[in-house]
Design a protein around this ligand. Structure first.
Ligand code: F6P
Length: 550
């Protein structure tokens, strides 16, 4: 397979990047009054403005050529039609089938997976309604008031991020909590105020082997059994979502209370499956379906729209442009919507676990930079913390600004202030302010020439910092579904452009394996000589400190 770096469009982009580095975006805006119209897309769920990137018409046409030379459209077809594009694990990648609202079958190994999906959705509907309406009772006959989801990574971040994003849509008939960390502090804090008679645990683990989740699940079980003194209580208080029915059953969960999951759903793309059950319990099943519908809308846009107007494709191309060609190392996710406070944590896993790799599909090292590190925070909080760095450091950090026209919780005067900041920041990051302007401003304020000489260089903002703006109408189950699907397809496209297998995660295995061995050594108090001196020294200090305390 031809390396990406030898494609004609790739080579052109390398040269073109050198020219574009000499340009300033504010000049490009001055030269072209149509820039916003040319470089923005209006879709039903949101407006995407990408005009504040260091791009020209030539840049975009070279990037679209690259997408064509990389066969993005053919790969997209392969994914949606169930081909095994997760090559290192020999699996199909069909999270899109989980939210497809059409009647068109999706065939895998001679079977229509949508029949499985529908069966699971029926199970979710039935179960979530029973819990919400108080028909699912605990061991003492009381209704369930609290649901605790135990899971980590994709079995936590998606459902928790969506639960937080859609809090305003919850009728609070049941409180939903999340436990992901094996640090006992988290589960202890969550369980402390709860009444075991009224709690339902969802053990969410695709593999049902993840140490952190299994440890938390055992603690939850002990907590329940110690209060009820009765093993039979488990069936009423524990359910599982897993593709490993055997392990879940051995753990003590009744087979009828195990929700299905399949190997063609990657953990970080699984919130659309029964992994999303806490969302359905919190918001009601109809709202969960609206979430799926929002994602399906973007799936259709991704499949049917020419590359030149295709929002996920454009986001992927711009990420490649900013990082691989212009040299940015990280990307900020900056929501101006309080409900989206977990979005950057969610996208960290989605993007970095998918594409944070350094070999291509053939296992050969790649010599170009791949994805940036993803980080971020609510925009307003960030403004008073790290935006200084975004505006004036030597490192350029491309950023996605995400906001809404309407607030889900209108409080007089607040939304305008919030959005004024939203618009101001992307303008400031793009335009900057040069020394001449700074000096003129200080002079107009009556500052002395000495003061102006001293302070002016510190007040210069070079600008030319790329941003994308995603402006939704309002946060809703549907718009959140669309937003997540937008990023999922961006990630897929990035993987194709970079020749990276986006759907495995071998990089998390090494640490997991070592931790298992170290845990045995610590519990047997036998520290092996196989560790490097730092690791051995730390373990020894830890162990000796414990022994001294006891
Ligand atoms: O962190 C690695 C990982 O395998 C993720 O990909 C996954 O989402 C998470 O662990 C949880 O895995 P499981 O659902 O099997 O417990």
């Amino acid at each position: 397979m031809q390396p990406r770096t030898s494609l004609p469009s790739w080579k052109k982009l390398v040269t073109h990047a050198q020219d574009m580095k000499e340009q300033h975006m504010s000049e490009l805006f001055t030269q072209n009054s149509q820039r916003f119209e040319q470089f923005s897309i209006k879709l039903a769920p949101f407006l995407l403005d990408y005009s504040k990137n260091l791009i020209s018409n030539d840049t975009m046409s070279m990037l679209f050529d690259l997408a064509k030379e990389c066969d993005v459209e053919q790969w997209r077809e392969k994914m949606f039609s169930g081909q095994r594009i997760n090559s290192t694990e020999d699996r199909a990648v069909l999270h899109t089938a989980l939210r497809s609202r059409s009647s068109k079958p999706v065939m895998l190994d001679g079977k229509n997976v949508k029949e499985d999906v529908q069966r699971s959705l029926n199970h979710m509907k039935d179960f979530s309604e029973k819990v919400r309406q108080g028909h699912w009772k605990g061991y003492s006959g009381k209704r369930i008031t609290d649901v605790v989801n135990i899971g980590v990574g994709g079995s936590n971040l998606g459902p928790q991020m969506v639960t937080e994003a859609l809090k305003q849509y919850s009728d609070n008939s049941v409180n939903v909590h999340y436990v992901s960390n094996v640090d006992g502090t988290q589960i202890a804090n969550v369980l402390r105020p709860l009444n075991p008679e009224k709690v339902l645990f969802i053990i969410s683990s695709k593999t049902f082997t993840t140490t952190e989740t299994m440890t938390n699940a055992k603690t939850a079980m002990k907590w329940l059994v110690s209060s009820s003194f009765d093993q039979s209580a488990i069936a009423k208080h524990f359910i599982a979502v897993s593709s490993n029915k055997k392990n879940a059953t051995e753990f003590g969960i009744a087979p009828e209370n195990i929700f299905e999951l399949w190997d063609w759903v990657g953990g970080r793309f699984s919130l659309w499956s029964a992994i999303g059950l806490p969302i359905a319990i919190d918001l009601g099943f109809e709202r969960f379906i609206e979430l799926l519908e929002g994602a399906d809308e973007i799936d259709q846009h991704f499949c049917e729209t020419p590359l030149e107007q295709n929002a996920p494709v454009i986001l992927a191309l711009l990420s490649l442009w900013n990082c691989t060609f212009l040299g940015a190392q990280s990307q900020a996710i900056l929501p101006y919507d309080q409900p989206l406070h977990m979005l950057s944590a969610y996208l960290q896993q989605a993007e970095m676990e998918s594409n944070g790799k350094s070999v291509n599909w053939q296992g050969e090292s790649i010599d170009y930079s791949t994805v940036p590190s993803i980080w971020g925070e609510l925009g307003i909080n960030g403004q008073h913390a790290f935006y200084q760095y975004l505006h004036q450091s030597n490192n350029i950090v491309p950023a996605d600004f995400i906001g809404s026209v309407e607030s889900v919780t209108p409080v007089q005067g607040h939304h305008q202030t919030l959005m004024a900041n939203f618009f101001a920041q992307t303008q400031a990051l793009m335009q900057g302010v040069d020394e001449q302007q700074v000096r003129a401003g200080l002079k107009a304020k009556g500052r002395t020439p000495e003061y102006i000489d001293k302070v002016a260089p510190h007040k210069v903002h070079k600008g030319n910092r790329p941003t994308n703006t995603i402006l939704m109408k309002r946060i809703s189950p549907r718009s959140i579904g669309s937003l997540i699907a937008l990023y999922e397809h961006k990630i897929f496209t990035q993987g194709i452009l970079l020749q990276i297998c986006s759907f495995d995660q071998w990089g998390v295995e090494l640490g997991k394996g070592l931790a298992n061995n170290i845990e045995v050594e610590l519990s047997e108090n036998k520290i092996s000589d196989n560790h490097d001196s730092s690791t051995k020294g730390l373990m020894t200090f830890f162990q000796e400190s414990i022994l001294k305390q006891s």
